[in-house]
Design a protein around this ligand. Structure first.
Ligand code: ACO
Length: 324
């Protein structure tokens, strides 16, 4: 028997305010045509004043717990992927813990930029498989709009705010790719690419949060190669082929990156879940938000093979193969 982490609940939360490309074009020199043409993004949600990452995360977590038929008291570990925590410390995950009454859980944040959700999922899966936790809450949540220079049209049009969550429960499987649950996770980093994507602030650097600085074309080039590579790695690890994949749930950065990655994998575009048009890039929140949408509208069903992939600053990149 093999211990597996099975997804038993999912949740999502998007702030009420929607900012369209046309709205942005009223205060900087850009257009809906340019943004949508280059990225596929048409609008994004923006957190209200006083609405923090932990608030978004808590709302998504509450929905995931309700769908799992659990309360906070059932959770052993909370792992929150975020690049925009409420404060430099403590971890925003501990605020979620308090809000949901997960009194006996241990809780911490993971900082892996846009790969944060897959990293968080991998960590929770490892705790479950080692027997250190039975039920885990994994969240990706961001108020990324607060890390943007709203005068820099090359970056501010790309990002948005939101949160998504899943509840994992330990179950016994046979150790084959037919088992329900997380089949494998694959994590990578390469610090040599720091200068291509980073925030120009931090507590140690200058006591500021900073704003996003990016060399977009270089990021794009690396993203397509690394993402198709890590997806092949996930398939090979489980003795699976692209034809076995029911759904690809990618990190939502840019529609052109998504399409190139699917093409490189030989996967029809229809098998890819796309939310970048409505959410823009919500960093660590984008995969669980896309998952929630595809489960809610009936696309992802029990037994489906779901591949997730992400790449972000660091660089970090990662994939997970999950039998839903
Ligand atoms: N509106 C209008 N014009 C713009 C805008 C804008 N918002 N932004 C840039 N431009 C202009 C530039 O100034 C440039 O003008 P110029 O030719 O007169 O100098 C022109 O458009 C072309 O700029 P490029 O940077 O060459 O445009 P490109 O086709 O590379 O698209 C983009 C830029 C969309 C950022 C693209 O490189 C990209 O998506 N890269 C991936 C970055 C990414 O997704 N990062 C997210 C984090 S990492 C991740 O999640 C994978």
């Amino acid at each position: 028997m093999t211990r597996r982490s099975v997804v038993v609940g999912h949740g999502a939360y998007l702030p009420e305010k929607i900012l369209t490309n046309n709205d942005i074009s009223k205060f900087i020199d850009t257009s809906d045509e340019w943004i949508a043409g280059r990225t596929g993004i048409r609008e994004r949600h923006i957190a209200a004043e006083g609405e923090l990452t932990s608030h978004l995360a808590t709302k998504a977590a509450e929905q995931a717990l309700a769908r799992a038929g659990m309360t906070g008291a059932d959770i052993d570990v909370i792992v929150l992927g975020t690049t925009t925590p409420d404060e430099t410390f403590p971890a925003a995950a501990t605020k979620v813990q308090m809000a949901i009454g997960a009194d006996h859980a241990f809780a911490f944040d993971v900082q892996a930029a846009c790969s944060g959700f897959v990293y968080a999922l991998a960590m929770a899966d490892n705790f479950i498989r080692l027997g250190q936790a039975r039920n885990a809450l994994v969240i990706g949540a961001e108020t990324f709009s607060r890390l943007l220079d709203w005068n820099d049209r090359t970056t501010c049009v790309l990002f948005g705010d939101g949160a998504g969550a899943v509840v994992l429960r330990a179950e016994e499987g046979n150790g084959t790719s037919d088992d329900r649950g997380i089949l494998s996770t694959h994590l990578h980093s390469d610090g040599r690419q720091h200068d291509l994507l980073y925030a120009d602030g931090g507590p140690s650097l200058n006591q500021q949060a900073g704003v996003v600085r990016m060399q977009g074309q270089e990021v794009f080039r690396h993203a397509v190669t690394r993402l198709s590579g890590v997806l092949h790695e996930a398939l090979e690890a489980n003795g699976l082929a692209p034809e076995d994949v029911d759904w690809l749930v990618p990190h939502q950065a840019n529609r052109r990156i998504l399409e190139s990655t699917a093409k490189k994998l030989g996967l029809p575009i229809e098998k890819m879940v796309v939310t970048v048009d409505k959410h823009a890039n919500t960093s660590a929140a984008s995969i669980p938000l896309a998952l929630a949408q595809a489960v809610d509208d009936g696309r992802i069903k029990r037994g489906d093979l779901v591949l997730m992939e992400a790449m972000g600053a660091g660089f970090t990149w990662a994939a997970a193969a999950v039998r839903w």
